[in-house]
Design a binder for this molecule. Structure first.
Ligand SMILES: [Zn+2]
Length: 476
């Protein structure tokens, strides 16, 4: 018994990801003892001519330049010392990515395949041999049956059988170490656990056996949805749009709608094989129709934002940091009951503030969807009162705010990154708990801390980036 546990811990330490060597192109969601790393093979622009069912109106709104940001990713899952790869990309950068995390191909003990297209299985072979000599390979029975079916292959002209030949050659290299399973429906009560803590979910349509994987990460779950989207910027607001390389486009559309509804309802963190960097985040329903994707912030972005805020604003507490990130997603929405009240508040604040310190304009959070615009610009008459007020109100109407559950998940992700920075901020732990309690109650608005108020006398309004650039920038 004792011997086993020693071995177990030895294995855990041997296989800890080397976060210090992490290259910025790898996105990590959590780390030890459980975590997901997105290993990008490439970032690219997809073209709108591959879309089925995108109207001119959709294209004009979501792909005005005719291009769609996209990527090719593999995923590395570590769970209590075991290294599992989900897909293998083309194999162009995969091994370099593994190496930068401190691993070799020999360390991978399981490969889970979502489907057998070349951009997902290319990395399984190296010089024609199994690139992961110690790995067992799992895929859905439906996917295996399709690509090994001669009848399906012979339906195609000879020059279009490459995918079949490639799939067969790749599976053959792993021979008796290939296992199949039947994935469960996403809403099924009985789940299909493929290996401990990782579940196979049917997402048929893109290919006959296309499979997603849900991973248990401590108290939460994470969904690798593979090729559920190829043009995320279009297929989230319009899940009915398919792509020409879906083998069954109608089924792919039905699957996409079902999975998006599930992911949104459960505020599930997701990652996709073809979502542009960082390729992971959350989806939520847009009340106007369709869905919105909110990318998870990268550790690099969070670190930069927090360090800049601490440098600029002595007296910053955790709640000021929270507020900064919060404003990036919620804009000014929550503080405007109506236009008349907004006008009254603005006038009162202008009358009351005798000193306006600090910079005129600065972005909120890491993404800079919204700017903090100092009331000094009105005091100093650079921007007329009414223009400023209009910009503020227009900004409030410009917000597609995430539901509290998605914001809470993003904040939990942000705070894990901030924890790792080990900052010396007074009352950090107590403030962290207070914020957690607030979020648990479904509330999420906080004021600046007293120390911040005293030292910086913040007097600003939150204005959306697009409104600011369009209406105010030229006057400053
Ligand atoms: Zn693909």
């Amino acid at each position: 018994m004792k011997k086993t546990s020693v071995l177990f811990f030895a294995a855990v330490f041997a296989i800890m990801p080397a976060t210090a060597q992490q290259t910025p192109e790898i996105f990590q969601y959590r780390s030890t003892p459980v975590g997901v790393s997105v290993l990008p093979e490439l970032q690219q622009n997809g073209h709108v001519h591959t879309l089925i069912g995108a109207t001119p109106g959709i294209l004009k709104k979501y792909a005005p330049d005719g291009i769609i940001p996209s990527a090719v990713n593999a995923f590395l899952i570590y769970r209590y010392g075991q290294l599992t790869l989900i897909d293998a990309g083309f194999g162009r950068k995969l091994f370099e990515r593994l190496q930068s995390l401190g691993f070799t191909a020999d360390d991978v003990s399981v490969v889970l395949l979502t489907h057998l297209h070349g951009d997902h299985i290319g990395g399984l072979l190296r010089d024609g041999k199994a690139a992961f000599p110690n790995a067992t390979v799992y895929l859905s029975k439906q996917e295996y049956d399709y690509w090994t079916n001669d009848e399906a292959m012979n339906k195609l002209p000879e020059d279009r059988r490459g995918n079949f030949e490639n799939a067969r050659k790749t599976l053959a290299a792993y021979e008796e170490k290939v296992f199949t399973f039947e994935p469960a429906e996403i809403n099924a009560e009985a789940q299909r656990e493929v290996i401990p803590g990782i579940y196979g979910i049917a997402a048929f349509g893109h290919t006959p056996g296309h499979t997603m994987y849900k991973i248990a990460l401590g108290t939460e779950e994470f969904l690798v949805w593979a090729d559920l989207t190829h043009a995320t910027a279009i297929q989230l607001p319009h899940p009915e749009v398919a792509v020409t390389y879906d083998l069954h486009p109608e089924q792919a559309v039905a699957t996409r709608k079902e999975v998006l509804a599930y992911a949104a309802k459960n505020a599930l963190p997701v990652a996709g094989s073809h979502i542009a960097f960082p390729s992971a985040g959350w989806v939520f329903e847009n009340k106007q129709g369709g869905y919105v994707f909110q990318p998870a912030l990268t550790p690099e972005a969070v670190k930069k934002t927090v360090n800049e805020q601490l440098q600029k604003y002595a007296g910053t507490r955790l709640q000021d940091i929270y507020k900064n990130f919060f404003q990036d997603y919620f804009g000014p929405g929550h503080i405007i009951p109506d236009a008349a009240a907004a006008k009254k508040y603005l006038q009162e604040e202008l009358d009351a503030c005798t000193e306006t310190a600090g910079v005129a304009v600065e972005p909120a959070g890491s993404e800079g969807n919204f700017y903090r615009v100092n009331l000094s610009v009105v005091k100093e008459k650079k921007i007329p009162f009414n223009l400023f007020l209009d910009a503020f109100i227009e900004s409030a109407n410009d917000v597609i705010a995430p539901p509290p559950a998605v914001w809470t998940a993003q904040w939990n992700h942000i705070i894990r990154i901030i924890d790792n920075l080990q900052l010396d901020i007074p009352d950090y732990e107590a403030d962290k708990e207070r914020l957690n309690n607030l979020l648990a109650e479904g509330k999420y608005v906080v004021h600046h801390s007293d120390t911040y108020e005293e030292q910086h006398k913040p007097h600003y309004r939150i204005i959306s980036k697009s409104v600011f650039e369009k209406k105010l920038r030229k006057r400053l």
